[in-house]
Design a protein around this ligand. Structure first.
Ligand SMILES: [Zn+2]
Ligand SMILES: [Zn+2]
Length: 449
């Protein structure tokens, strides 16, 4: 992965690389070059073994969204040891470390999410999770099946590397360790609302004050090893939760004419909703997805129930198409239900993730540093229909998000268990690669005029 980078000693590289690349006079501000990258790389290699230990420790002690107490404490202690100004309890269990460079300049943020998922782990790893927690009133197994353990370890590594270059840094780096990316930590209240969580809660707590750009990555087992996958413009879908209550009138299963059957009406609504994307949206502009993933109704084979509840998700890549789809879902469900004398009540939320969009200007400006840090291994990838609340940061400041390919050693990225699989695993050799790319993007942003 790093054939071009020679293995100079830390001292030698800091003397040569850092001095040459980072201590240049402010008037000579310029993008990150090979010498600058080499200084970063040497510092990252110095913490590579620690990143593996952190990742395994966090992996073995996963915590659900909003419950990242142990992880947050580990992060805060590390950032304090590095001499940073540290804020805890930001937007819940969030932690923010501020590294003020020795020279004045811009402010850039790097972000990692910290939460795990309510699901079992079947990887058989020696440090596999045995953890349990309470989720929506049930005891559930907890697993880092989305790789956020790796994100935390990489950002802790980048923090240590950049803290070692503090004197030469032309500006400030904020290290944002975010809770609750995977979803709301609590169920909606009686009015169907949930308090802000995750990135949104951190933004509301003022984490982006003075920040001029933010960078973040997601590890993926389904990209070739050591490759950064990116794209300019919409990268990941916006997501809206769909709730549909189909109200009929209960009765005996033998006499449907004396009732209004919400099960048949709901079935027609499910099929009808599939025509919103296929027949009503201009999918030559952007793709879209509607999935109904949950249907509940009835108690017994011969009773027509009073109502059916359905839940689903809408994924879009364009705000105009999203608004259009929301209207059409409502109209389609209401009209189909009405045709049989039932009534559909449609609502969305309680949370919606915006589209994760990489602004063209920031993408273009950041690409040379990303490619340099990845040894040229960066590629445009197709849009991803998953969602990310990194998009909440991007609503406030320009932000660049990318994927890091890290399938487990010996596994083909095309068939490796994906994120959110109980078999999900990564190649820990990519931890320094990810950390180096984050540090490089931050330094490059600060150095660029
Ligand atoms: Zn996830
Ligand atoms: Zn994730």
């Amino acid at each position: 992965m790093r054939p071009a980078l020679s293995r100079l000693s830390l001292a030698a590289t800091l003397a040569l690389g850092t001095a040459a690349a980072l201590l240049s006079a402010p008037a000579r501000a310029q993008a990150l070059d090979a010498a600058g990258l080499q200084a970063i790389d040497t510092a990252i290699q110095g913490v590579a073994a620690k990143m593996v230990r952190w990742r395994r420790d966090i992996h073995q002690h996963p915590e659900l969204s909003g419950q990242e107490v142990r992880t947050a404490a580990l992060v805060a202690q590390h950032l304090r040891q590095l001499g940073m100004e540290v804020q805890t309890g930001v937007g819940g269990t969030g932690v923010v470390g501020t590294l003020r460079g020795g020279r004045p300049g811009k402010v850039v943020a790097l972000r990692a999410d910290m939460d795990a998922l309510p699901m079992p782990e079947n990887t058989g790893l020696p440090f596999a999770s045995q953890a349990k927690a309470s989720y929506l009133g049930k005891d559930v197994p907890v697993t880092h099946a989305c790789g956020h353990d790796a994100h935390v370890a990489m950002l802790m590594g980048a923090a240590e590397a950049l803290a070692g270059m503090k004197a030469a840094l032309p500006g400030t780096v904020k290290f944002i360790f975010q809770p609750a990316e995977e979803g709301a930590p609590v169920e909606p209240d009686a009015s169907g609302k949930v308090p802000s969580f995750g990135a949104k809660a951190m933004v509301e707590a003022g984490v982006l004050k003075d920040v001029q750009a933010i960078y973040g990555l997601h590890i993926s087992s389904n990209l070739p090893s050591g490759v950064a996958g990116y794209r300019s413009g919409p990268l990941m879908a916006g997501s809206d939760n769909i709730h549909i209550h189909v109200e009929g009138r209960g009765g005996h299963g033998s006499s449907p004419w004396a009732a209004v059957d919400p099960i048949v009406a709901a079935s027609q609504v499910v099929l009808g909703l599939q025509t919103v994307v296929s027949r009503q949206l201009n999918i030559s502009q952007e793709p879209a997805v509607i999935t109904i993933g949950q249907i509940q109704g009835g108690t017994r084979y011969n009773i027509i129930p009073d109502f059916v509840e359905m839940m689903g998700t809408l994924r879009t890549f364009d705000e105009g198409m999203r608004q259009d789809a929301l209207k059409r879902i409502t109209t389609t469900a209401e009209a189909i239900a009405a045709s049989s004398g039932a009534k559909a009540r449609v609502r969305f939320g309680p949370v919606a993730y915006p589209v994760t969009t990489n602004p063209a200007a920031l993408t273009e400006a950041s690409l040379p540093a990303l490619k340099l840090a990845m040894g040229g291994k960066a590629a445009v990838i197709p849009k991803v229909s998953g969602s990310e609340d990194f998009s909440e940061f991007q609503k406030v400041v320009p932000g660049f998000f990318y994927f890091l390919g890290a399938p487990p050693k010996g596994k083909d990225y095309r068939t490796a268990p994906p994120n959110h699989s109980p078999l999900f695993d990564i190649d820990e050799d990519q931890l320094p690669v990810g950390a180096r790319s984050l540090a490089a993007l931050a330094v490059d942003f600060l150095q660029r005029p």
